[in-house]
Design a protein around this ligand. Structure first.
Ligand code: HEM
Length: 459
């Protein structure tokens, strides 16, 4: 994709067009225009492009929601990723990391090469099951577990008759469904609906005995759903976001971004109160859809980079030993691992999972002299922005130092729009903080006693 973007940009300039099916798509490789689209004039580009490649029961997931519905669900959803809430998951995350270390040690003791990506894939599955749903599994050693099988079905999103029809002849979906033709696989939907119902029931039983200590995202989502059903609670929920205790770190690249006029998070007035049950189901399923491959791939790429660069790996190892030692990492101790953060950012620069982002123009608009018609999809070539040699010296070299303070893009050395692995503006990645913790945590656990694997440069 990046090769295609480079060739198109060379041939046709920083603004050029392609078609996605019948949908025209304008790729823009000009950071001053992108800043307007994603941040300053974000209210004119409020939505992502729906390619139509998801089954209908996933159309309600945040990434695809539009306008007021999106605004409402996001305002309910984003507080569950605050640092205060993350801290409450420490026990669960440490448990998954211990399972990971145990599995890595077994492989290392066998003294032969193994597929690290498969191990991180299983670890990410365990994390989502535990942090997302409060379900404790070891999917590396128990790949046939029902929860794992259902989650994988959801992630793989097999091409079904329904999906093909949704793309080429959507008007056929309703009559065929009425005739009972099986169009989509839906056993995993029934499975997760049942998990949610049981969690709600469990939650009601637990609250009768007092508040719970160890929370998972689904429980928080249910809390948020209930709170949002009542204006007073919703206001309190949103006020919490400004509470320093609850949200006290600056993981958010867009932390200084203040939503403009009608993009305000607190505006729930324009949408009916509460989250519907479909919203709740879709938002919990999205932990897999957007939180699985992204985290697993970033972890694997980070380890690949460290394997290829022993000097960086050793510096990171020393930092972990010095700050964490043989203790279990905590939210606050991991925050002190600045070199780890630099290595992660550099990895996300080189290998951004989302090679492209997009926005749809909600009306005719002219930005810096460029006319963008209503309905036009704007393509944002993240990979190209991260790898242009005019801005990143030797872009394909892993150089964590360039992510340090003296190089920091925040102090103008590099335009901030040239490092957007999680997107930018109000429509950026809502799970960014969780994602970064899920990646940093296992690497902070790799101290001697818990089975550090010293990686060898791949041959
Ligand atoms: C390394 C891991 C991840 C990367 C690189 C990543 C990247 C992205 C990107 C580029 C976008 C589009 C942003 C934009 O258009 O400006 C996005 C959106 C989103 N991400 Fe992530 N993501 C990651 C992990 C996660 C996780 C763990 C979750 C949640 C559990 C998550 C939830 C979402 C959601 C819900 C959206 C849509 C937000 C909206 O439309 O309001 N992501 N992500």
């Amino acid at each position: 994709m990046v090769k295609f973007d480079i060739e198109m940009t060379k041939k046709y300039g920083p603004v050029h067009g392609v078609y996605f099916g019948r949908q025209p798509l304008m790729t823009i490789y000009d950071t001053s225009i992108l800043k307007q689209i994603m941040i300053k004039e974000a209210h004119l580009f409020p939505n992502h492009f729906n390619t139509g490649l998801f089954p209908p029961f996933l159309d309600n997931f945040l990434f695809l929601l539009k306008d007021e519905h999106w605004k409402h669900v996001r305002s309910v959803f984003s507080p569950i990723f605050s640092s205060g809430k993350m801290r409450k998951m420490t026990g669960k995350i440490n448990k998954c990391c211990k399972t990971l270390c145990k599995n890595l040690k077994v492989q290392a003791d066998m003294k032969r090469t193994f597929d690290l990506e498969r191990i991180y894939d299983a670890f990410t599955m365990d994390m989502i099951a535990s942090v997302g749903f409060g379900v404790s599994i070891d999917s590396h050693n128990d790949p046939n577990n029902l929860f794992v099988r259902m989650a994988r079905k959801l992630i793989v999103n097999k091409l079904t008759l329904g999906l093909v029809l949704k793309f080429v002849a959507p008007w056929l979906l309703k009559p065929l469904t009425r005739l009972g033709v099986p169009l989509f696989e839906d056993d995993y939907i029934h499975f997760f609906t049942d998990v949610i119902k049981r969690t709600i029931k469990q939650k009601d039983d637990d609250t009768a005995d007092g508040p719970q200590k160890d929370l998972d995202l689904l429980q928080m989502l249910i809390d948020a759903q209930r709170a949002s059903a009542n204006d007073e609670n919703l206001k309190r929920n949103n006020d919490n976001k400004n509470n320093k205790d609850d949200d006290d770190d600056d993981d958010d690249n867009n932390a200084d971004y203040k939503p403009k006029n009608d993009m305000s998070w607190n505006d729930s007035s324009a949408h009916p109160k509460g989250l519907s049950d479909e919203d709740l189901l879709a938002q919990s399923l999205q932990f897999f859809l957007v939180g699985f491959e992204t985290v697993s791939a970033a972890l694997s790429y980070l380890c690949y980079n460290l394997a290829c660069h022993q000097e960086h790996q050793e510096r990171l190892f020393n930092e972990v030993v010095q700050i964490i030692g043989n203790e279990d990492p905590t939210y606050d101790s991991i925050k002190q691992l600045t070199y780890l953060d630099m290595c992660l950012n550099e990895t996300l620069r080189m290998f951004p999972f989302a090679t492209r982002a997009d926005r749809v123009a909600s009306q005719d608009v002219t930005i810096n002299g460029l006319f963008i018609p209503k309905g036009m999809v704007v393509g944002i070539p993240i990979n190209l922005l991260h790898s242009d040699p005019d801005y990143w010296h030797e872009p394909h070299v892993f150089n964590p130092e360039r992510q340090g303070h003296h190089y920091n893009w925040k102090v103008n050395t590099v335009d901030p729009m040239r490092f957007i692995p999680f997107g930018a503006g109000p429509r950026n990645c809502v799970g960014m903080r969780l994602a970064k913790w899920e990646i940093r945590w296992p690497l902070s656990t790799s101290s001697e006693n818990s089975g550090l694997v010293f990686l060898k440069k791949p041959t």
